[in-house]
Design a protein around this ligand. Sequence first.
Ligand SMILES: [Zn+2]
Length: 296
Amino acid sequence: MMAAKTSIDEFKNLLNSSNRILALCGAGLSAASGLPTFRGAGGLWRNYDPTSLATPKAFQRDPVLVWFFYAWRRHLALKAKPNRGHYALAELAKKKDNFLCLTQNVDGLSPRAGHPESKLRLLHGSLLDNKCFNECGYIDRNNLSDPVCPALAPAAEDYPSHQTLPLLDPNVPVPSVKTEDIPHCPNCKTGLLRPGVVWFTESLDGEMLSEVNDWVDQERIDIMLVVGTAASVYPAAGYTFKARDKGAIVVVVNPDADSSRGLTPRDFFFQGDASEILPQLFEGVIGKMDEYGNIL
Ligand SMILES: [Zn+2]
């Protein structure tokens, strides 16, 4: 199999002459910001498989437990900072009119890096959105309160690194909190609020997906960037396939060598961390970036 290209200079020329660009980002984009992903390696939260807490059924059964899990993830996401990869994509979005970035990440770091909202789609929602579990339509976007409510404060405490947050110790019982004391919907007054992320067994927002499909179908796509996620796994695989069909050259940025699978000699593969590679790749369009993500 012929390998994809790896020349940064060649990519810079391509980017300069490109108009329509589609990006799809996954957990690898936020890796340098230090957020756990819960994928692979059997990561547990207390004694729970995190995927067993990320369903409507789990929330119905024990909303307090599920809220503690999410209140803790919100706390980590709010403590984390966007990295140079987020800033580089945000800057590229400001420079290129026809750039659409899809992210699978729910950590809110791309919006916090100033990525223009009109050029960003949060495929899996956001940890920082709270919406009505009764589906009355209420949604509170970008809620930055930490803790999300006083009763969930034990999820938002900071401990010295040699100690464990009691909430994370399976031998310490989950603090007893009444259902009345977790967030309720101010609109219908009967529903509980839940994290605005897409849970297992739920489908992605249909309106958003059809809008993305319309964008993809409109006209030729010059570049499809796949950042920190496997291009051969859905949904990335679906978008990569469609973008290729519209003429796109596929560009994969990922530390994992396996993620270059399926690339052709006209594509590009850059092996490494997005926070280091993206600022280099986009430099010709966005300018030089310092270590904090500021354009010099
Ligand atoms: Zn409601």
